[in-house]
Design a protein around this ligand. Structure first.
Ligand code: ATP
Ligand code: MG
Length: 365
């Protein structure tokens, strides 16, 4: 995966211009509040994901403008391709290789990237929802069909929850609940199994990266935790049976509460450092290194499955790492195209993008 050209029109504070990055490491350099993260965010949007800052689409448009347009020329699968994103009236629309797409999700998997920003520390610090979203996002880039599978599960879950809320007022509806239990168990098992298998692959890479980052002093262990007591190694039908049994067992609780208390929407990813939960016991630096390892592992798996390395987007990473961890990180990124923001010029780079009040100037090594 190689970014060849990015064009910005009315995007955040960035001037309307085009940028031609180099292969290898591109350093995005500038003082605070100049537009560095805006460039990283722009690149990430071409994956088809939402802003990793949690921004609304309308916030991406430059103040005083009514629309923004960003365009990416990249090389993937041996050919030059392009994606155009238009943001207008708070909505994004996309064209892939000049063909308009009805849904934004149709571009997912074309341009692949892995992003790390300080905000991603919440992956460890916050609740299970963010960890599930991390696995889901990573899986969607590898296997766009997974996005369809997941939305099918969420739709059935919503329907079962609506029914649960209606049952106390219309008891006769309880008889129809088992049809939804069966549908939900079949889709839910497929989602949980895909996530569990993905986590097995991620586990090995993440452990190796963490070992490298910590210079062999600490260990990282991750595990997908299924909420409905199925084993990660079970077949789809065994898992589906387990989930169905759990749904039936908890049926009266679910009716009382008005929502479904078991299923992959309640699963978690356990992240342990030296055998202890990183969320409760990890230091700031350990948590950062753990997230970084998860992200590098995500990139390694993406490269393995797609046969081509994703673009790596690193926002404000270096200032937080000591020199040996910086060296390790940069050595692991060899051979990939990397965009890395920093306020000091301390990294050997192929390309240098200077950002000053949204004005971009490129220089070479
Ligand atoms: P830091 O080093 O502090 O992280 P940065 O260079 O990464 O800084 P950015 O987060 O990219 O800075 O933001 C740069 C500027 O973009 C901010 O000052 C912000 O006011 C401005 N900005 C954000 N959204 C918009 C927008 N929609 N229109 C115009 N300017 C915007
Ligand atoms: Mg920034």
């Amino acid at each position: 995966m190689l970014v060849k050209k990015i064009e910005f029109t009315n995007f955040r504070n960035l001037e309307n211009t085009a940028l031609c990055p180099k292969d290898g490491i591109n350093v995005i350099f500038g003082n605070n509040a100049q537009g560095k993260t805006n460039i990283i965010e722009c690149l990430w949007l071409f994956t088809g994901g939402r802003s990793f800052r949690g921004s609304k689409d309308s916030e991406l448009i430059a103040f005083d403008s009514d629309h923004a347009e960003i365009r990416l020329e990249f090389n993937s699968e041996g050919r030059d391709q392009c994606i155009e994103l238009n943001i207008r009236n708070g909505k994004r629309s996309a064209t892939l290789n000049d063909v308009p797409k009805k849904y934004l999700s149709q571009i997912i998997g074309s341009f692949t990237a892995v992003v790390f920003s300080p905000d991603h520390l919440t992956l460890i610090k916050n609740g299970p929802e963010e960890r599930r979203a991390f696995i889901d996002g990573a899986l969607c880039q590898i296997k766009p069909a997974y996005a369809v599978q997941l939305s099918r599960y969420k739709k059935i879950l919503g329907e079962r929850n609506a029914l649960l809320k209606d049952i106390p007022r219309h008891r006769e509806l309880e008889d129809t609940l088992d049809i939804w239990n069966e549908k939900l168990a079949a889709e839910g098992a497929a989602v949980a199994r895909t996530r569990a298998l993905y986590t097995e692959g991620l586990k090995k890479h993440a452990a190796l990266f963490y070992d490298g980052i910590s210079e062999g002093r600490e260990s990282l262990e991750i595990e997908y935790k299924i909420s409905f007591r199925a084993e990660n190694t079970m077949s789809s039908s065994e898992m589906s049976q387990m989930m169905l049994e759990n749904l039936r067992k908890r049926q009266s609780d679910d009716i009382y509460l008005g929502y479904t208390t078991t299923g992959p929407h309640r699963d978690d990813l356990s992240v342990k450092i030296n055998g202890k939960e990183a969320r409760s016991f990890g230091s700031q630096g350990q948590q950062r290194s753990a997230v970084l390892s998860l992200k590098l592992a995500e990139a390694a798996l993406l490269a393995e499955k797609k046969g081509e390395a994703p673009v790596i987007l690193l926002d404000d990473v270096l200032s937080e790492l000591d020199p040996s961890r910086q060296d390790y990180l940069l050595s692991r990124l060899e051979g990939m195209q990397v965009f890395i923001t920093c306020c000091e010029l301390s990294v050997p780079a192929r390309g240098m993008i200077c950002v000053d009040g949204g004005r971009l100037t490129c220089t070479e090594e």
